[in-house]
Design a protein around this ligand. Structure first.
Ligand code: UD1
Length: 429
């Protein structure tokens, strides 16, 4: 099994560049299904989820060319409805965006139910409610989402019962080519939603209000190919901000939008790290710092992101005082806690709350990456800990972080990826 091995206790120093945002690259790639032409998408992060999305589009009939490591040309003129491959879709939550995009382009959709990280129940009732409001009939059977609007989709008002990034994006996708105007009240305000809307507008869509809680989509007759650059990944940036603080180093995190990082910046400052904001970079310094305990609640944007919950928990373990971490988005985001406990953490968990005793230091141990962001948190814990940490199940990390090991090595970390022998790999497949 592939592993990451870290000899911890070295402060990180230097500059690290952040790639494009995973959580908007995937919906943008699936949004190309709506376009009858070629789109050139730049600043795609070279991560496993992006490769899977491109490969899914190819299996559906798209022509995909990589123009360089981070730029793909996607031509969806000959895409076939209902041909999303089950094997890849079931590993990726974002594959459900194919439903909104197919419904928008073909008036029907057949998509395998999605997979992704296990945070407990991940319902899709709000997506369905949105599709139905636009005139589609929707059913879930045999592991597939099936939607049909034989008379075409008609814009309407959709009132969301919960703030959902996924449902907001799926409804935008379905509405972009519908007749008339769709309004989404209670929309998610995440930068990923803004990125997707900006991409569609570059292709000729008429979407206003993205980034606020009311989004208005005036359907247009068709979308044409465009070039678009994906926004920087705020979660990758936040992860390295916490790695810099946790190791008591000093790191410039470049190619970021500091505004997107406000909630993380505020908490790091409250704990005792220094954060300097520049136009397109932030510098996090914590040499010799002793960290204070804090209270954090994860919430929809602009609140503290749920995708920074595990990384923040590591910081809380390294504090002198006690902290509280309340999960406000998912039912079961604390599966990683038992791994941190192996490293000396003292954490009491209730379903949506962690009481973290600041123990000041962690010690190396063998731990598992239980999901993508939890895996990143294990890396941070290993970098800050005394001794050696071995992390298994690192495929979760590779789904969402580009070259994490190499990027951290360049900052002075003693970190290696050890690959399983070829014979073991073929036996494991
Ligand atoms: C969420 C996060 C996103 C993060 C991703 C992966 C929010 C608002 N969204 O996005 O930032 O990148 O997880 O960690 O923080 N829900 C329903 N019915 C639905 C859809 C969602 O009840 O049809 C609920 C979910 O159970 C959850 C909440 O709404 O409690 C947010 O879900 P949603 O935003 O859709 O999840 P993601 O798009 O995966």
């Amino acid at each position: 099994m592939d592993k990451i091995v870290i000899n911890g206790g070295r402060p990180l120093y230097g500059t690290i560049e952040v790639g494009g945002m995973k959580n908007s690259s995937l919906p943008i790639l699936f949004a190309t299904i709506l376009v009858k032409g070629e789109c050139v998408i730049e600043n795609l992060p070279p991560i496993d989820d992006v490769s899977s999305a491109l490969s899914m589009l190819q299996s559906m009939g798209a022509e995909v060319r990589m123009l360089d490591r981070t730029t793909a040309a996607v031509d969806t003129r000959n895409i076939r409805c209902g041909s999303a491959p089950y094997e890849e879709a079931r590993h990726m939550r974002a594959s459900y965006y194919i439903a909104g995009a197919e419904l928008g382009r073909f008036g029907r959709a057949v998509v395998p139910l999605p997979g992704g990280c296990d945070f407990g129940q991940r319902p899709i009732d709000q997506h369905i409610k949105g599709f139905e409001a636009l005139g589609a009939s929707v059913s879930l059977d045999g592991g597939y989402i099936r939607a049909e609007a034989p008379g075409g989709l008609m814009g309407d008002s959709v009132f969301m019962d919960v703030v959902s990034v996924g449902a907001t994006i799926n409804i935008i996708l379905a509405a972009a080519l519908a007749e008339g105007v769709t309004t989404i009240d209670g929309a998610a305000k995440e930068p990923h939603v803004v990125d997707l809307a900006n991409f569609l507008n570059a292709c000729g869509a008429d979407i206003t209000g993205a980034g606020t809680d009311v989004i208005r989509i005036k359907g247009v007759a068709s979308l044409s190919g465009a070039s678009y650059t994906v926004l920087p990944d705020m979660i990758e940036a936040g992860t390295y901000m916490i790695a810099a603080a946790a190791t008591r180093g000093s790191v410039t995190i470049s190619n970021v939008i500091p505004k997107h990082l406000d909630s993380v910046t505020a908490k790091l400052r409250e704990m005792g790290a220094e954060v300097e904001e520049n136009d397109t970079s932030v510098v996090v310094s914590a040499a010799g710092a002793s960290f204070k305990g804090v209270r954090v609640k994860t919430q929809p944007y602009p609140g503290f992101p749920t995708d920074m919950n595990p990384q923040m928990c590591v910081m809380m373990c390294l504090a002198e005082g006690d902290s509280q971490l309340r999960e406000g988005v998912w039912d079961n985001r604390f599966r990683y806690v038992k791994e941190l406990v192996r490293m000396g953490a003292q954490i009491d968990v209730e379903p949506k709350m962690a009481y973290v005793k600041g123990v000041g230091r962690l010690t190396g141990a063998s731990v598992k990456a239980v999901d993508l962001r939890a895996g990143a948190a294990m890396v941070i814990a290993g970098l800050a800990a005394e001794g050696t940490t071995e992390i298994t199940d690192i495929y979760h990390i590779e789904r969402g972080y580009e070259n994490m090991v190499e990027k951290l090595k360049a900052l002075g970390a003693d970190i290696e990826k050890t690959e399983a022998p070829e014979s073991f790999r073929s036996a494991a497949v």
